[in-house]
Design a protein around this ligand. Structure first.
Ligand code: FMN
Length: 255
């Protein structure tokens, strides 16, 4: 039995994505800030949420236009991610300072960050005040994905994107080794990840009354095998990513 401690800090749901949110006000001023309180909230229509403190400049811009873009940063952008999360847009031109390449949005009037391999354009549907933060629930109206992340079947290989996560005050690289695939625990045949296609995690695997107890023992190892094969081809990509200094100083109060 594990001895447990009653942890009475903040919400300790970890790890979480960490993203760069771009916005543009009616006068055409652009801003960027870091958000970790974000998540997918609906499949159809595709919707996500961000939680924003009302004192942020980004709050003002997003509320004004009801539009924002979620940009997924890579590990070599970690320092920029942190900077955009500790410097207010009212005092600093973060886009200029971070030398971000801004590309005009195609479905909304908000630019996206070209250096980010994935950018998601959103229109706000509702704002719910919660306390310290207001919850912005938004519909995804379009996205921009680096072509080299997509296979011939249209699957996005996020594992090759060198993304980062945020965990209890620190930034981490995303592991590129898949541990399993949606539904693999009950699948009759081993699920190879090579050339797999999963448009929607909820519907990607058909489950045919299989029970884990009836599975052959080698299923997990087969999965691992194909996973390892794939990862060896990723080694080059991984080594290309720059090593960035990540401050060990914990600062949860920024959120
Ligand atoms: C890792 C990290 C995560 C953050 N997550 C959030 C968040 O989810 N919501 C929020 O309102 N602020 C968050 N912040 C703080 C803002 O990014 C920060 O206050 C920023 O300077 C606001 O910029 P702005 O005033 O230009 O909009 C986060 C900061 C960091 C470093």
């Amino acid at each position: 039995m594990n001895e447990k401690v009653d942890f009475k800090g903040s919400v300790i749901l970890n790890p979480v994505p960490v993203v760069l949110i771009t916005s543009k006000n009616k006068e055409g001023k652009e801003n960027v800030f870091t958000v970790a309180w974000t998540g997918t909230v609906c499949t159809k229509p595709p919707m996500l949420s961000i939680s924003v403190r009302p004192e942020r400049l980004s709050y003002e811009y997003i509320k004004e236009t009801m539009e924002f873009t979620v940009n997924l940063p890579t590990s070599n952008m970690t320092k920029a991610v942190d900077y955009c999360g500790v410097r207010p847009g009212r005092k600093f031109d973060k886009i200029k300072e971070m030398n971000f390449t801004m590309k005009p949005g195609t479905n909304i009037n908000v630019p996206y960050i070209d250096e980010c391999p994935v950018s998601i354009e959103c229109k706000v549907k509702s704002i719910i005040p919660l306390g310290t933060h207001d919850l912005f629930i938004a519909e995804v109206v379009g996205s921009h994905v680096n072509k080299n992340l997509m296979d011939e079947k249209g699957k996005i290989h996020f594992e090759n994107a060198d993304l980062i996560t945020y965990c209890h005050g620190e930034y981490f690289k995303m592991d590129t080794e898949a541990l399993g695939k949606f539904g693999y625990s009950v699948a009759k045949k081993p699920l190879a990840i090579k050339n797999s296609q999963s448009k929607d995690a909820e519907t990607s695997v058909k489950v045919k009354n299989s029970s884990p107890s009836k599975e052959k023992n080698n299923k997990k190892s087969n999965y691992k095998k194909s996973s390892k094969k794939k990862n060896s081809s990723k080694a080059n990509l991984k080594s290309k990513s720059k090593k960035t200094y990540i401050s060990k100083k914990k600062n949860n109060s920024t959120k």
